[in-house]
Design a binder for this molecule. Structure first.
Ligand SMILES: CC(C)(COP(=O)(O)OP(=O)(O)OC[C@H]1O[C@@H](n2cnc3c(N)ncnc32)[C@H](O)[C@@H]1OP(=O)(O)O)[C@@H](O)C(=O)NCCC(=O)NCCS
Length: 174
């Protein structure tokens, strides 16, 4: 049977129900060395805490959270940050695109990004911005999906093990 992938936008109560699965994806990405805000060691409990605070922002209408299910199992997620200053009502930011290492290279991140862009458009957003570690897998993905590369900021953040990494900024008009 071919893999069934479903992309879904989660309501705050659904996020609470999926907290362990979401935390599992985030903790796996950090354990795999992804620079996505957190440093090692990063526990499952800390990852649950991160998604609890994202759920609060979804509840307040400040963020959207989408997930990918593969044959019913939650394997990926992405967020759209809607809450920006009053003079940027048309803009949103993409954050925390995460796919569990066991589910990579099957097009799940691409489907999540297409879903996030569609949801942002439905919210009336016409400009998206994001940043990615320079040279990592995500950078190729964004370029392939039609995002425009702005430039590189050297030594912008740390990998989980404390090494510095550069960041590339991208934008996309919807
Ligand atoms: C970046 C990330 C989200 C990509 O997730 P993914 O689901 O593997 O992404 P995709 O499958 O859409 O694309 C990845 C690659 O698989 C390829 N691919 C897609 N479907 C495929 C298939 N059916 N068979 C073979 N390869 C496939 C894509 O062409 C792409 O190739 P490339 O790496 O040479 O460009 C994932 O690696 C991740 O979670 N990384 C850690 C967290 C992170 O860095 N997030 C980004 C924050 S900015």
């Amino acid at each position: 049977m071919p893999e069934q992938i479903e992309i879904r936008r989660l309501a705050p109560t659904d996020i609470q129900e999926q907290l362990d699965a979401l935390a599992g994806v985030l903790a796996d990405c950090v354990a795999g060395g992804a620079s996505v805000s957190y440093l090692a060691p990063f526990s499952h409990e800390e990852a649950r805490g991160a998604f609890k605070s994202f759920a609060a922002e979804v509840e307040q209408g400040r963020r959207l959270l989408l997930v990918a299910f593969s044959d019913g199992e939650l394997v990926g997620t992405v967020q759209v940050i809607l809450a920006l200053p009053p003079n940027q009502p048309h803009r949103a930011e993409i954050a925390k695109l995460l796919v569990h290492r066991s589910a990579r290279k099957r097009g799940i991140a691409q489907l999540l990004m297409e879903g996030a862009e569609a949801e942002a458009r439905a919210e009336g957003k016409t400009l998206l911005v994001l940043d990615a570690v320079t040279g990592d897998d995500a950078e190729r993905l964004y370029a392939r999906l039609g995002w425009t590369r702005v430039g590189v900021i050297p030594n912008y953040a740390l990998y989980p093990d404390g090494r510095l990494c550069d960041t590339t900024y991208f934008w996309k008009a919807l």
